[in-house]
Write a protein that binds this ligand. Sequence first.
Ligand SMILES: *Cc1c(COP(=O)(O)O)cnc(C)c1O
Length: 389
Amino acid sequence: MRKETLLATLGCHPQDHSGVVNTPVYRGSTILFPDLASFEAADNGTTQEPIYGRYGTRTTTELEQTIAKLEGADHAIITSSGLSAIVIALNAFLKTGDHILMVDTTYGSTRRYCDVELKRFGVETTYYDPAIGQGIEALIRPNTKIIYLESPGSLTMEMQDVPAITKVAKAKSILTMGDNTWGAHLYYDPYALGMDISITSATKYICGHSDVVMGVITCHKQHYPHLLRSYKNTGACASPDAAYLAHRGLRTMAVRLKQHQQNALEVADWLSRRPEVEAVLYPALPGAPGHELWKRDFTGACGLFSFALKQKAPQAALAAMLDNLELFGMGYSWGGYESLITPVNLRNSRTAYKFPHEGTLLRLHIGLEHTADLIRDLEAGLVRLGNAA
Ligand SMILES: *Cc1c(COP(=O)(O)O)cnc(C)c1O
């Protein structure tokens, strides 16, 4: 079955719930055992049934099974946030003295986790150029445990040659994991591209309505015990209420993403013809950086991209543009139904390559509003920017 059909059918068991279509929210901390034998089975770890609220109830386990199937993985683990999914996945395979290769364009909080927490525990991180491809081989050390990927990268949107990197990793028996939030489980097949473990912030398109924080890790059988151990020993579980909302979000994810993509392409194309704009960083846009790799590795795109202005806008001009937008909100996260804009300050977050644009960088999330209204709003903003500069 195709992914659209999986989204519309998986995790529906009305006969178990008085005919109600959706699995209800099973809230629980204590889960009672019917007898001593089942208590002891849970104690030995030989049961598949929910045994304690922190490890999930049926509301969460059905969501896990749905996402695993959607991504073609054996297992999924739902966590409290995208960041906790990243932390759990890294911790599952690392110990003092290990080394990891981290893409330079990784999500900012992933970078801070490596630089602050992993460093304190004696794990060393080397950042690599997202364009490195098979050149990754030269950075591998005897103690390299993980190669971590994110394609396209956060904020600056560089595509990676994922199969070239995972091929080198496989030959050296090094684990690969990727943050695949942008591909949203629909437009990307991390396992076909050779990744071992896939991480997604479900906060974005899975939930899709700017009201839930959640993460997902998927994997095949051989890595599940490590990930499950790390997850269980961390306690970073998602609530059943959040899981319910996530499953509800999944039902419409394919249709939402189609519209996000269509709207984003229209806005990106319009921006690419504006005189103020130096570059539109949206791999799905023909002619944009990474477009050829995107065509090879993805079957679609989401609504998130960035663009660079030709000039560094003075603060007052940027405020004149951003403070008076009617439809674009300024705030963190993305993947909801609404459009967002944020100025990007890369600070010192690029150390392995040089980002080529000097002008002001802005990130857009294109929502489900009509593009005629979105473009009008952006156009008025660019005019205010020009008048104030
Ligand atoms: C938002 C985001 C995360 C973190 O997810 P949270 O659910 O906010 O913790 C991780 N990776 C990427 C690429 C993101 O955009």
